[in-house]
Design a protein around this ligand. Sequence first.
Ligand code: DP6
Length: 333
Amino acid sequence: MPEHRKFEQVTAKAHANIALIKYWGKRDEELFLPMNSSLSVTLDKFYTETSVQFCGKLKKDVFIFNNNIADEAETNKVSNYLNQIRKMAGVERYAMVQSVNHVPTAAGFASSASGYAALASAAVRAIDLDIDQKKLTQVARIGSGSACRSIYGGFVEWTKGDLEDGSDCYARQLENEDYWDLSILAIQLSAEEKSLSSRAGMKLTVDTSPYYELWVKEAGKDLATLKDALRHKDFEQLGQVTESNALKMHATTLGANPPHWYWEPGTISVMNQVRKLRDSGIPAYFTMDAGPNVFVLCQQRDKEVVEQTLLTLKEVQKIYVCQPGPGVSYLAK
Ligand code: DP6
């Protein structure tokens, strides 16, 4: 390793994202290549800040998460991920990684997307790897698929690509965070850990659900419809396809063997209430990831009424009113 190389501490901040067209299923688990392309909005309220420094004196990687030394399993995950970055850079030093999650982790909003987007961005810069943004999305992807979309702000498409080596599989920004001032309400329902991770849930679905093949076809059509809605700023079209895509994703899990579902009673209550809001003339639409919490999309002018109405439900603990947020940024020391 050339002596003149400096390994400074780098801190990156990355925001979580919510998929409007879901990523659900991998065709290659090692490279994190998805079966279908997806599209998300980056969220302004939820983010992770991560500092990385590669240091010649360390005997192993150290991972400090939310100001506590992480357990062995968590540290190993980070180490295995950093090994890939070290390999790309031809560097063998271990790293000190400090990460703070400004995401209500315990409440089921835990975001591997913001976590790996921040880790990838900080580590790549700290190890002095000269890559462009597109490549950075690919490096984030191999930590957690959805993380590739969190490199950018606003509305982001993750193109599945066709090549086996994943070189044409990456995320790109379609519109930035100022394009459309939608409101995205994150409805906190449950503080419990989710029973089946998205990683395990999607694998089980790919392997066993008879509906899976249809999901892939539908996701392709839904993506085209959503991009059209985005282009024309047609909120109702965007909301309808978002909602229907989420329901189709969740339907595949019911067909899996063993069947599983991520919804809790509160999930259904919010879904029903959103429909009632629509019946009363307020356009609002829901979507859920692999967990019980619900995200509700509405227009700025309706956000207070939607928030107040949903707060009346007994299962709703808290609501975070978000907007489209920015991409990765680096913090000065
Ligand atoms: C339902 O990105 O968490 O949230 O790639 O295995 O780390 P891994 O999975 P992850 O899956 C996210 C699934 C989803 C939909 C989405 O965000 O597109």
